[in-house]
Design a protein around this ligand. Sequence first.
Ligand code: ATP
Ligand code: MG
Length: 326
Amino acid sequence: MTAHITFFNNRGGVGKTSLVYHSAFMFAEKGFRVLAVDLDPQSSLSSMALDESRLEALWLDDEHALTMYGAVAPLFNGTGDVCPVHIEPLGDLLGLLVGNPALSPIEEALSTGWPRCLDGCERTFRVTTAFWRVIHEAAKRYQADVVLLDVGPNLGAINRSAFVASSHVLMPVAPDLLSLQGLKNLGPMLRKWRSAWAAALPYAPGTLGEMPLGDMSPLGYVLMQQVERFGNSARAYTKWQTQLPIAYRTSVSGEEAAESNDHQIHRLKHYRSLMPMAMEARKPMFSLTNADGAIGAYQTNVQQCHDDFSALVTAIAARTGLQKST
Ligand SMILES: Nc1ncnc2c1ncn2[C@@H]1O[C@H](COP(=O)(O)OP(=O)(O)OP(=O)(O)O)[C@@H](O)[C@H]1O
Ligand SMILES: [Mg+2]
């Protein structure tokens, strides 16, 4: 079964999109077949991966046919059901389901439908599982081993649908108060949505065929280092580093409070000098070459970054039991 992993924290700007982008390329480099999915109406992942002229071409017409919005639009417009989505190639083993700012207005339709799932209303199930059905079909067509979903920093209805479509949820966190609060919000919300979906599933109309299981299983957190934000205050950094694992255990996995790093998947460095270069070259930081301006000490940094992301995706693969299909 393909793992569908949503990267989420309702603290904005923690590095979710960058993490999805780099993990997707690293998984592909390791030989996994990968689909990256942009479900954030801000479309940052698509903007990171594609140059402006390509985005313009994809977003130009009002139908937005080649994006995630285009794939669900017939359902939300009342003219039909979801349709197969275009897979934008980013590499031999990596494809992108392109995001779109036009996704925003469907938030309301998703929101009003949710409570009606328990009535077994067919349309409600169609709407709630719209993203999953599009992603599931694309993943089969692409023979994806892993699907990575990027979403906006909120607990709104689009994200609830993304969670229903997810086997796992990975939380990027920064060592700060907002991330701590993010963990405390997410745990109860995940439990609520998981049990609501489990209660609704038996009422799903058989005519719709396979439905998502909505496991939303918490995979752990990735600590985004961002040390420089704390200046000389190593004490502040240490304080959050101590509190985050406790908040994760108590709020997200519902365990006893304890100072254990069991749920920390990886601690990722902040590559302040490489990121602008990578954005300019439109490639991952760990793939930068001399020709991109990564010369001298930068090359050492690129290698460190490569090792860092390699360790991260190895840990994700181990925790999800991910296997390469080929
Ligand atoms: N490991 C990293 N090294 C250097 N810079 C990083 C790293 N991760 C993220 N950044 C930078 O941090 C900023 C925020 O990152 P990003 O857009 O990925 O966050 P986000 O959590 O997706 O934001 P939002 O909540 O708005 O969706 C960006 O400028 C990005 O380039
Ligand atoms: Mg983002």
